[in-house]
Design a binder for this molecule. Structure first.
Ligand code: SAM
Length: 284
């Protein structure tokens, strides 16, 4: 019997993916997790009925969540990833030779264990890198209590449903600000502006009350159905969003010009060119 798995994120819009082979389908401590093979997207993981990662297009989101903030910052030594249990953002972040330590704070160790097993190419050994530190905790608790300070914080969270809802609050962003070094940068997974407009608008309005510069950038991840994906942007250093392509190119060269499949200096710059329907959400 054919099995189709439905994504249940949006009110009036559903997508079904054919599960050619189901590799895991059960509850973890925090979420419902399913992993299956699909002809068009490769191996797919869904949490609570929402696509998180697919082996065929994960490079888009992971490269843009890591390289845009890290190259914009330009001299990050310590980074924090909140969520990110599939290891993809961690993999990309560790391509930056200047980074001395990356802390990954994930609430659900079940996600890390199952992704190690079923998505080894996504983390590609990043979990075992000597610069990696894994903390199993709620991200809100970690940023509220840690006395560490970070140059860049990347919030690679689920949507504001279930355990991820707290990662879209003013309290969480306030504590992220507390954990940033001077001139540090916060970027956040912020949904699809076309279908989740209120989510992006609210997050950026919180950023505006906390940081000198607040905005967003975009990237098209095919398996996040519904138009471009947005990444929230918050920092006190307004220059970070206005670098010229040449500067980003030089920084990529200095980092060894590692190969990429989506991010590149001109794509980086273009990602901040927001169409009016997104700009009005971000500019308030
Ligand atoms: N890129 C994906 C997306 O855009 O939907 C997100 C992928 S990543 C797997 C999301 C991770 O956030 C999950 O592993 C989930 O367990 C984690 N997460 C959710 N709520 C969390 C919380 N409060 N603290 C830390 N991690 C959390």
């Amino acid at each position: 019997m054919e099995r189709w798995v439905e994504e249940t994120l949006h009110r009036g819009f559903r997508v079904r993916l054919k599960a050619d082979r189901v590799l895991f389908d059960s509850e973890t401590e925090h979420q419902r997790l399913i992993i299956f093979e699909n002809a068009d997207f490769g191996r797919v993981m869904m949490l609570d009925g929402i696509v998180q990662v697919t082996t065929k297009d994960e490079f888009v989101y992971h490269e843009m969540m890591a390289h845009v903030p890290l190259f914009a910052h330009g001299r990050a030594k310590k980074a924090l990833i909140v969520g990110g249990g599939d290891g993809g953002v961690l993999r990309e972040a560790l391509k930056h030779p200047e980074l001395e330590q990356v802390t990954l704070c994930e609430i659900d160790h079940g996600v890390i264990d199952l992704c190690r097993q079923h998505f080894p190419e996504v983390s590609a050994g990043a979990y075992d890198d000597p610069r990696t530190r894994i903390v199993i905790a709620d991200g809100t608790k970690f940023v509220a209590e840690t006395d560490e300070r970070f140059d860049v914080i990347m919030v690679d969270s689920t949507d504001p449903i279930g355990p991820g809802a707290v990662l879209f609050t003013r309290e969480f962003y306030t504590d992220c600000r507390r954990c940033l070094k001077r001139g540090g940068l916060l970027v956040t997974q912020n949904g699809l502006p076309f279908l989740q407009a209120a989510e992006l608008q609210q997050s950026v309005s919180y950023f505006r009350g906390l940081f000198g510069d607040a905005s967003a950038y975009l990237a098209n991840t095919p398996s996040y159905f519904g138009g471009p994906m947005s990444f929230g942007w918050a920092t006190d250093n307004a220059k970070l969003r206005h670098h010229r392509r040449k500067k980003i190119e030089r920084r990529h060269d200095k980092a060894g010009a590692f190969p990429t499949r989506y991010w590149r200096p001109d794509v980086h710059i273009a990602a901040f060119a927001l169409p009016p329907y997104v700009r009005e959400l971000v500019e308030g």
